[in-house]
Design a protein around this ligand. Structure first.
Ligand code: SF4
Length: 255
């Protein structure tokens, strides 16, 4: 899942093939690494910042040699300094890249100071091998917008091979053993996944996941979803009320 929550600031002047440096509001230096041919994903989210999915696939592939990506990252570290965080986004869903585990290992070997973050839609978390691979990261951000299958078909427009149940089972298995920071991100679109059913079932899921933190916010209307309004104040109140006792940090990003 490749929503990058940072304003692009310092784009790398050397035009690297897989990576770009950006500044974020916390003044951390962030290296974003994209390693799938754009845009390879098993979702085609209504709001995707990368635009429509042009390579809709649902199997893991070795798109580029890990060695090639690591050589570039090594060069960035040497020439630009080691970033505070290295985010593996992948120009789509990063777990589609079958070299992901080796890439994480390789970055850890290059420098132990950068914190490695993986942003995923969770579709391969039911795969034990993938869970082992990404468990070596320091931070995992799971983007999950709905636990109602009919809503997922509208907002995430996923590959027909993707099963929501597998995502939930995989996320629970990961949460049981993962020792890093496990963050959940939920994006809401008016009239799509702003349902009581979703918020109620999501509350149950979060109770079981016990993540480090949760962020929930609305996707503001833009061209691709211009028929949708801002999320209603009633919905915002409902979420805050139902989720008020969750025993971890919840950030609400509504207007
Ligand atoms: S999971 Fe959705 S938001 Fe992430 S890259 Fe795929 S289509 Fe875009």
């Amino acid at each position: 899942m490749s929503i990058v929550p940072y304003q692009a600031g310092q784009v790398d002047p050397m035009n690297f093939k897989f990576s770009r440096l950006v500044d974020n509001p916390n003044e951390q230096r962030v290296l974003i690494v994209d390693f799938n041919p754009p845009k390879s994903c098993n979702f085609n989210c209504l709001y995707c910042q990368l635009g429509p999915t042009t390579n809709m696939i649902n199997e893991r592939k070795m798109f580029f040699p890990v060695k090639e990506i690591l050589e570039e990252i090594k060069q960035v570290f040497e020439e630009e300094g080691v970033p505070d965080i290295t985010i593996l986004t992948g120009s789509g869903e990063p777990s589609l890249y079958s070299g992901l585990g080796k890439l994480i290992d390789g970055i850890r070997d290059l420098n132990s100071k950068t914190r490695i973050k993986v942003v995923t839609n969770g579709t391969f978390l039911h795969d034990r091998k993938l869970r082992r691979e990404i468990s070596k990261s320091h931070i995992i951000q799971l983007n999950i917008d709905t636990v109602v299958p009919e809503e997922a078909e509208i907002i995430n427009r996923h590959h027909k091979g993707v099963k929501l149940d597998y995502i939930l089972e995989g996320a629970l298995s990961l949460a049981l053993k993962y020792e890093g920071l496990f963050n959940v991100n939920v994006k809401i679109i008016d009239g799509v996944n702003d349902s009581l059913e979703n918020i109620d079932k999501m509350w149950r899921l979060l109770q079981r996941l016990q993540p480090s933190s949760v962020e929930i916010g609305e996707i503001k209307p833009f061209k691709a979803i211009e028929e949708h309004e801002n999320v209603s104040p009633e919905f915002t109140r409902m979420v805050k009320n139902i989720w008020k006792d969750l025993p971890f940090n919840v950030q609400y990003n509504f207007q």
